[in-house]
Design a protein around this ligand. Structure first.
Ligand code: AP5
Ligand code: MG
Ligand code: ZN
Length: 217
């Protein structure tokens, strides 16, 4: 199964991808996570991407399409994958169509996670992740069971993203509305768009996604 999670910054794409990937045998492919890893490792891609990311602007199509094209060739993608944060422009959507056609694969669903802009700012400014295993948390909405200790791996070190501040969030939202939201009618025309209520609580969103995935199986 090949599924896209499409939604604005802070909509819950990463949270849901982490929760549902194992249950459905899908691998989470987050271009944001891959780019942050490239920045941290100081690779050529990371050097090119850093300034765009810190300004809340989209990295070039050439870079992200290259990353995804390489990644989907890996063995763990054979059973299917869950795209989190890709595609984000018309050119990326076309490039994905071409990649899938080339491999004789079908896009099963594009799940739009609809969330109000005001809620996104709270979600993003309260977010942090485990420095060791990347498990996501939120100061109010998703705390570890034991304060200061990752549920998943026991680490006591946590990170905040360089782009999770109010100024950058508004630029990320602008990029979403100008460049990514226009993909919604594109996928609607193809008959694969499923819209869910991303304002529900985390488990409520998961169950809506499970319903969509269940209807495809
Ligand atoms: P990326 O990392 O993809 O960031 P984003 O799209 O801005 O999305 P986020 O990761 O901020 O949000 P999310 O939807 O994953 O929310 P989360 O689950 O964490 O991209 C970063 C940058 O990389 C881009 O700005 C760009 O520069 C570059 N980039 C990446 N892909 C690119 C591409 N394809 N093309 C060009 N450039 C690209 O949830 C947020 C918080 O809310 C968490 O704390 C969570 O616990 C909480 N939460 C989640 N769900 C709920 C809920 N239902 N109720 C209450 N709280 C919730
Ligand atoms: Mg994310
Ligand atoms: Zn951890």
């Amino acid at each position: 199964m090949i599924v896209i999670l499409l939604g604005p910054p802070g909509a819950g794409k990463g949270t849901q991808a982490q929760k549902i990937q194992t249950a459905h045998g899908l691998v989470q492919l987050s271009t944001g996570d891959m780019l942050r890893a490239a920045v941290a490792a100081g690779t050529e891609v990371g050097k090119k991407a850093k300034d765009f990311m810190e300004a809340g602007k989209l990295v070039t199509d050439e870079i992200v399409v290259g990353i995804i094209a390489d990644r989907i060739e890996e063995d763990d993608c054979k059973q299917g994958f869950l795209l989190d944060g890709f595609p984000r422009t018309a050119q990326q959507a076309e490039a994905l169509d071409n990649m899938l056609n080339h491999k004789n694969l079908n896009l099963d669903a594009v799940i739009e996670m609809k969330v109000d802009d005001e809620a996104l700012v709270d979600r993003i400014t309260g977010r942090y992740t485990c420095a060791n295993c990347n498990q996501g948390y939120h100061e109010v909405n998703l705390k570890p069971k034991v304060d200061g200790v990752c549920d998943n791996c026991g680490s006591t070190n946590f990170n905040r993203r360089a782009d999770d501040n109010r100024e950058t969030v508004s630029s990320r939202l602008e990029s979403y509305h100008a460049q990514t939201a226009p993909l919604l009618p594109y996928y609607e025309t193809k008959g694969v768009l499923k819209t869910i209520d991303g304002m529900a609580d985390i488990d409520g969103v998961t169950s809506q996604i499970n319903d969509v995935l269940g209807s495809l199986a």
